[in-house]
Design a protein around this ligand. Structure first.
Ligand code: FAD
Length: 293
């Protein structure tokens, strides 16, 4: 049933890297909630797996001395949702984590696996994009820091080299201070369903809450990879916090996305959702920031 040629268990990050170098076609397995399905379906038949399950050093959430939030790649979604650092500083990531699968999946599925899959529907991806997260890749030459915007290279493809693994997700203090966010996952069912479209919005308002100092908007399933809408974001900066700005944002984002038709939804429906969810997520983010829309 599970056609696996060999399974190696890494005892450290450096051993995981060495195993990836020794076995060039090998694939990392973290929680296994994606990999094992692909093995069972035959899409990864006969593969060599390198398990990183025992690497406690890359599991958990902490604050660096400069208040960068450090999320270990092996942290599972249920831990993210209830973590006090997340709840206090970037609660929207916990809310997005809570939309993944059911409780069993959230207990096993890791945030690293979610974004290393390279799938557009990954629920944590758009939220991390909207936080300007920085990814820590570890490989034979040491650590590389890669902005998450450069990580997604297309369906199933990331910027990770074959002998590298993601060890942490970093959210610098300046990326989250005074920002408030909201994530909306539109799916056919409330639980255990992949997003038809996901939309994550972060705002930073002026002190009097009347002007958008900054706005970030990111989507899942609106293109071959999770994406931001930089022109729409730029247009909204410095604009008043009112419904006209929200309407303009909704119209602008659909020029920057390219959803496809799939059995879950047509391209036209996804475009309609993208406009509507932009406005709804914006309204919620503004409310959380203490403004009114
Ligand atoms: C029933 C069910 C429901 C689901 N529902 C959702 C949902 O609602 N939303 C959603 O987004 N996803 C969902 N998923 C997909 C899946 O659970 C997530 O993508 C999960 O986060 C993957 O994490 P994992 O640790 O299980 O990854 P794995 O399956 O172990 O690995 C996934 C991929 O990432 C690579 N990888 C893993 N960790 C690393 C690392 N640290 N460095 C480099 N590469 C790495 C692996 O080689 C593999 O290619 C669901 C899956 C199932 C089975």
């Amino acid at each position: 049933m599970y056609d696996i040629e060999a399974l190696y268990e890494a005892g450290s990050v450096s051993q995981a890297i060495a195993l990836l170098q020794e076995h060039p076609g090998a694939r990392i397995i973290a929680g296994g909630s994606d990999v094992l399905i692909r093995v069972r379906e035959g899409r990864l038949a006969g593969c060599v797996l390198v398990s990183i399950q025992k690497l406690d050093a890359i599991r958990g959430i902490s604050l660096d001395p400069d208040e960068t939030i450090r999320i270990g790649a092996l942290t599972c979604f249920s831990r993210i949702a209830c973590n006090p650092v997340i709840q206090r500083r970037i609660p929207v990531l916990g809310e997005a984590a809570d939309t993944v699968g059911g409780p069993q999946i959230r207990n096993i599925a890791t945030i690293g696996g979610n974004i290393c899959n390279g799938v557009s529907s990954a629920d944590s991806a758009s939220t991390l994009l909207a936080w300007d997260a920085v990814l820590e890749y570890s490989g034979p030459k040491g650590i590389r820091l890669v902005p998450i915007g450069n990580h997604f290279m297309g369906p199933g493809k990331t910027a990770l080299n074959r002998d590298e693994l993601l060890t942490a997700i970093l959210i610098p203090k300046e990326s989250y201070t005074d920002y408030y966010g909201h994530y909306i996952k539109y799916a056919m069912r409330n639980a255990m369903d992949i997003a038809v479209l996901g939309c994550s919005v972060n705002v930073r308002l002026s002190q009097d809450k009347k002007t958008f100092r900054d706005l970030r908007i990111a989507y899942g399933v609106a293109g071959p990879a999770p994406l931001r809408a930089p022109e729409a974001e730029g247009n909204a900066r410095g604009r008043p916090v009112n419904w006209e700005t929200a309407e303009t944002l909704g119209k602008a984002v659909i020029k920057e996305i390219s959803p496809r038709s799939s059995p879950r939804a047509s391209r036209e429906f996804r475009l309609h959702l993208a406009e509507e969810l932009a406005k709804r997520a914006l309204r919620q983010a503004v409310t959380k920031a203490g403004g009114t829309l």
